[in-house]
Design a protein around this ligand. Structure first.
Ligand code: HEM
Length: 236
């Protein structure tokens, strides 16, 4: 349908230009926002406005997404060990099923996060256009991930053998898309939406990921004194 030349250019745009552009935007704007709007570095919690539905979105979503992110990082850092682990079918099934469960947990939690926003007028009021764009791309990211886990087996193996070397080639500043050009369209969409999320990061509430763990863990303890009019002691 498309000429080889067009497909080559398209691949370069999506898998060479876009990742570097996203990374540069991420780096510069994250620092810029921290310097100029330090107090906006937050998840902008809405728990205070609605606390019943909150648990069923936030908790499964965060457990799921953090486990999935750890899985992607491990596959990137030690791809050889992942391939060796997967060499026995039982171990491959354990890894794939665990990843799928975490993916489903993420989708279920995140659908609850979105439904909760729609159902509460108060939360709708504090939801910005940037939030909706972020939620649409996050949803695309999670749904395409679960689709890949179900229909494009065995992701943990080909991620280690193809996606990891491609990502390393980007990191070493000698991009090599030959590892990924033959991957299915849904996998490519999943990658492109990940790059889009990296670029969007500094403009959204995702920045909260960077302020955890926060300084409470290492700063010296503080003595807090109330300053204000003295209250009368009761009973004395
Ligand atoms: C480092 C680990 C993380 C911690 C400790 C954390 C913590 C939090 C907290 C406390 C909230 C506010 C919940 C509320 O009170 O309303 C929140 C919201 C949120 N987090 Fe995280 N988070 C983490 C990682 C992530 C990751 C990796 C993602 C996505 C890739 C993410 C996406 C979100 C989103 C989209 C919201 C807003 C949900 C909503 O209110 O609609 N978080 N997070």
């Amino acid at each position: 349908m498309f000429s080889d030349e067009f497909l080559g250019d398209f691949n370069n745009l999506m898998f060479v230009v876009l990742p570097y552009l996203s990374f540069v935007v991420f780096l510069l704007m994250t620092i810029q926002r921290y310097r100029t709007q330090t107090f906006t570095y937050s998840s902008l919690s809405s728990q205070f406005l609605e606390n019943k539905h909150h648990f069923w979105g936030m908790v499964p979503f965060h457990y799921g997404v953090l486990a999935i992110i750890v899985g992607h990082v491990v596959g990137f850092l030690i791809p050889g060990s992942v391939i060796a682990w997967n060499s026995q079918p039982l171990r491959l099934y354990i890894l794939e099923i665990s990843a799928l469960v975490c993916g489903i947990l993420t989708v279920v939690g995140f659908v609850n996060v979105i439904v909760r926003r729609f159902r509460s007028k108060k939360i709708m009021t504090v939801t910005t256009t940037a939030d909706w764009i972020l939620y649409a791309i996050l949803l695309l990211q999670f749904l395409s991930g679960v689709y890949i886990a179900v229909f494009e087996r065995w992701g943990s193996s080909w991620y280690a053998s193809n996606a990891a070397p491609y990502l390393w080639s980007l990191l070493k500043l000698s991009p090599d898309t030959s590892f990924i050009v033959a991957l299915p369209a849904m996998v490519k969409l999943h990658m492109v939406s990940a790059f889009a999320l990296i670029a969007l990061f500094p403009f959204t509430r995702l920045v909260h990921i960077l302020v955890i763990p926060n300084p409470y863990f290492w700063r010296r303890t503080q003595v807090v004194r109330w300053v204000g009019p003295r209250r009368k002691r009761i009973g004395h």
